[in-house]
Design a protein around this ligand. Structure first.
Ligand code: 26Q
Length: 820
């Protein structure tokens, strides 16, 4: 208990008052949704005091600030998380019980803010939690999309996308700040004029369209430390007629165009994950929030400091992938055109202020913008990128005289395209990957030339997750049990979990640990029955793969293996088989046909297998609709097996893998991304590893030599599984899954058959699954593995990741907040 307001009686009164003021109702008359609003306002009341106190502390102590620039923040619900971090969850739960409400149901009224796709967006959210908890001054900078990630409905086995109108009832945890609005300009042209005062040219941007960027602030509470940082997301509003430049007054066409621009720009999140779509509107979104955020950061700096040359001493911008990389040129523009710096001075400030994180080596995710589009939309910014490119090429030439290959491979502008990763690396003072293996692949393969030229910029920051949301909130039974055994310090010091290792052979402790897992499985089974109408047995093994649907993540391998097991059971009914529930959850990008087909396949297999009484319920297949942060919390807590089966080298890190581990589910996976480090922490005997190594995959990719048809022709059981895709076993329409079949065996639509090495890894995967089953039969042995996974997960807290960013990249100062 840290707050007076959370004294139960005061809190109850506050909720009643809010219901009265907001809705003119009594507690008895209010709907659950209205209670949610009222409770949230009561909580916000407390947060606001801490928020003011934090900003005052920052004002007084003047710490360096990190601006985490990201197109995505996958925050998930705020109410429960805020109560956890304010250490008021228990108190509020009791207060609401006394008023006749269940906090869980109230939490369930909150829309699940999904301003992100998957890993990259959720990482940004975990980082904000850790930054606040570790007492660092930070802003998240992003976009207030009116529609976030779509809601997924499954109809007849197909994914249907439903718009997610999360702002419909008003969102209680945001604060509109119109007094900090900024203007952002698009299009037009640049006029060059001699400026006698400057003794040089002046660049004047004219004929542009303008939108007003209005910030909305969301509080980010630290855990038990009174810190409240800010996520600032920008909305767009038209510039109304009386605000137009005198030049444009009465220009009706322009007024309409500007209004449309403002309406479109923040309308919706692009639902692409690990896939680049070169859409003009996407570039508008990027520039919109980057420009507004930089303007705000510089204005804030200038309030306290008069020397803009030293901006980097107090400010640093971290670019979450290349999506905000236009920041490099926009910062140059502001420093030169608005602050009056010369090129060299501006470049010095810029290159000391921006840093870049790479999240993918998938070539289809690399951002390249056509020059035509870029220069038309952002003429002045494009000019600046041209000059950065010109100077960068000179540097390359100086280092590698006569080597034109290098220029071809490394230039920022080449082949009619602007390459955002090259811009980010040329300008940034730090370039990092997100897991050890990923960073090594960047250095030795994808970004080899850049690493050779500027090795000092490259570093690794293995991802992490916040245990406050993914254990303390998601799994209260396990959280309490851990605290009973090792005390509460793990909440802010996750490596303390190591102390649980002494219970690895303690039968009572193991029994309790597995009882908690069972209760969580019952909770999930109930959810699945309510939401999917499928009955699953909590005694069965819960084998879970939840993540975005992507071919490289290989949900297809998983479901093909399910078909294989089904065949085995049908063929050998007497065979020993431990009942298994295969749980999937995944959204496919709306335009990704193969991904959508895989969802249909999973649901078709589920229909056949779940309704085949001859297998006695030994296998159940469940596709959880609308996988998102809120149901993820329940799913991780209930998992026995964590499926992390990406083609080695393709998954930069993964973070779901860490959430499963934290909740005591051993990894069944390839040596990819952070799986490598998970195995290193927990020991190979407590994980189930299979498949080609990243070196082997990369070698095949570079030199050829892999032919899935050889496997097809020699392995009868695999051939049977593939035949069943096109012989009517799972659909009367034998053509329905033909594309999936083809993708594995022939090169009709792609340059390579089985791009993701599914057949290559199939046998090895099936063997690993056998080992899982054998291990699970040994009850005590499994409990020990599960417990050791939790005990060894300490490294994967985002608190550790953030501390590494602070020590090696950002160099921030801790700030202590004292109230009153
Ligand atoms: C780019 C251009 C246009 C439209 C969309 C995009 C786009 C959007 C999202 C490109 C990529 C993404 C998302 C990438 C992502 O989530 N990567 C994941 O990042 C995680 C956090 O580092 C890693 O754990 C995952 O391995 C990685 O896949």
């Amino acid at each position: 208990m840290t707050n007076e307001m959370f004294k139960k009686e005061a809190f109850k009164k506050s909720v009643k008052d809010n219901v009265k003021f907001l809705y003119r109702k009594t507690i008895e008359e209010a709907t659950q949704e209205q209670i949610f609003q009222a409770v949230s306002y009561s909580v916000k009341d407390v947060i606001i005091d801490n928020w003011l106190a934090t900003q005052k502390a920052y004002d007084e102590q003047d710490p360096k600030i990190v601006y985490y620039m990201s197109m995505e923040f996958l925050m998930g619900r705020a109410l429960g998380n805020n109560l956890i971090n304010l250490c008021a969850y228990g108190e509020v739960k009791e207060a609401l019980e006394e008023l006749g409400f269940d906090l869980n149901c109230i939490e369930d009224q909150e829309p699940d803010p999904a301003l992100g796709n998957g890993g990259l967006g959720r990482l940004a959210a975990c980082f904000l939690d850790s930054l606040a908890t570790l007492n660092y001054a930070a802003y998240g900078c992003g976009i207030r999309y009116h529609y976030g990630m779509f809601k997924q409905k499954i109809q007849n086995g197909y994914q249907i996308e439903v718009p997610d109108n999360w702002l419909k009832n008003g969102y209680p945890f945001e604060l509109r700040r119109p007094e900090y609005a900024k203007e952002v300009h698009f299009g037009g042209y640049v006029r060059v004029e001699y400026d006698p005062e400057k003794g040089g040219n002046k660049f004047i941007h004219e004929g542009y369209q303008a939108v007003k960027a209005i910030p909305y602030d969301m509080p980010i509470t630290g855990y038990d430390n009174d810190v409240v940082n800010t996520l600032r997301i920008w909305d767009a509003e038209p510039i109304v007629d009386f605000e137009l430049d005198s030049f444009d007054k009465g220009d009706y066409k322009k007024a309409v165009e500007q209004e449309n621009l403002a309406r479109n720009i923040v309308e919706v999140l692009y639902p692409n994950d690990n896939h680049y779509a070169g859409k003009e509107l996407r570039l508008k979104q990027q520039y919109f929030f980057v420009s507004a955020s930089l303007q705000a950061a510089i204005a804030k700096y200038k309030k306290k400091h008069d020397d803009i040359h030293k901006l980097y001493e107090k400010v640093t911008f971290q670019m979450n992938d290349t999506h905000p990389t236009v920041a490099v040129a926009e910062l140059m523009r502001i420093l030169m055109d608005e602050e009056g710096l010369g090129w060299d001075e501006a470049w010095e400030v810029t290159r000391k202020s921006v840093a870049y994180t790479n999240h993918t080596i998938m070539s289809e995710a690399l951002e390249k913008w056509p020059i035509e589009l870029f220069s038309r939309l952002l003429p002045r910014v494009y000019q600046i990128i041209e000059e950065i490119n010109r100077r960068f090429i000179l540097e390359i030439q100086a280092k590698y005289p006569g080597n034109y290959e290098k220029i071809k491979k490394m230039a920022i502008i080449y082949d009619g395209q602007v390459k955002m990763a090259h811009l980010a690396i040329a300008a940034g003072y730090s370039v990092n990957g997100v897991a050890r293996l990923h960073t090594e692949i960047l250095k030795n393969q994808e970004l080899k030339d850049f690493y050779e030229m500027m090795p000092e910029k490259f570093n690794n920051k293995t991802n992490g997750i916040t245990q406050r949301r993914f254990l303390l909130h998601a799994n209260p039974l396990l959280a309490d049990w851990i605290t009973e055994h090792i005390g509460p310090d793990w909440v802010t010091d996750l490596p303390q979990l190591k102390k649980l290792a002494v219970y690895a052979d303690d039968e009572k402790a193991l029994q309790e640990f597995m009882n908690i897992k069972f209760k969580n499985k019952e909770r999930l089974a109930k959810y699945i029955l309510e939401h999917n109408g499928v009955e699953v047995d909590p005694h069965s093994i819960f084998d879970v793969q939840v993540k975005r649907l992507h071919e490289y993540k290989r949900q297809l391998l998983n479901i093909l293996h399910v078909i294989y097991l089904y065949n085995q059971i049908k063929m050998h009914p007497e065979m020993e088989f431990y009942p298994r529930t295969f749980i999937f959850g995944a959204k496919a990008s709306a335009g990704y046909a193969t991904a959508k087909k895989i969802i249909k396949l999973i649901n078709s297999v589920a229909d056949v297998v779940n309704n085949d009484t001859s297998i006695n319920g030994k296998i159940k297949v469940v596709f959880i609709e609308n996988y998102r942060v809120s149901n993820a919390e329940w799913i991780f807590a209930a998992a026995d097996v964590s499926e992390q089966i990406s083609t080695a080298s393709k998954e930069a890190s993964g973070t779901g893998n860490m959430k499963f581990m934290l909740n005591g589910a051993p990894t069944l996976g390839t040596m990819d991304g952070a799986n490598v480090e998970i195995v290193e922490e927990v020991g190979a005997e407590n994980a189930f590893i299979f498949g080609l190594s990243s070196d082997e995959v990369i070698n095949y990719e570079n030199n050829g030599g892999y032919d899935p048809n050889v496997i097809y022709n020699t392995d009868e059981e695999i051939r049977q599984v593939l035949m069943q895709l096109i012989n009517g076993t799972f659909s009367n329409d034998t053509e329905l899954f033909r594309d999936l079949y083809d993708s594995l065996l022939n090169t009709k639509n792609t340059d390579r058959a089985d791009r993701y090495f599914i057949l290559a890894d199939f046998r090895s995967y099936a063997d690993a699954q056998k080992r899982v089953e054998a291990a699970y039969r040994d009850e005590k042995g499994w409990a020990k593995k599960a417990l050791l996974n939790t005990a060894c997960s300490g490294k994967f807290t985002s608190d550790r990741t953030i501390q590494e960013y602070v020590d090696d990249i950002w160099h921030l100062d801790k700030v202590i907040v004292r109230k009153k």
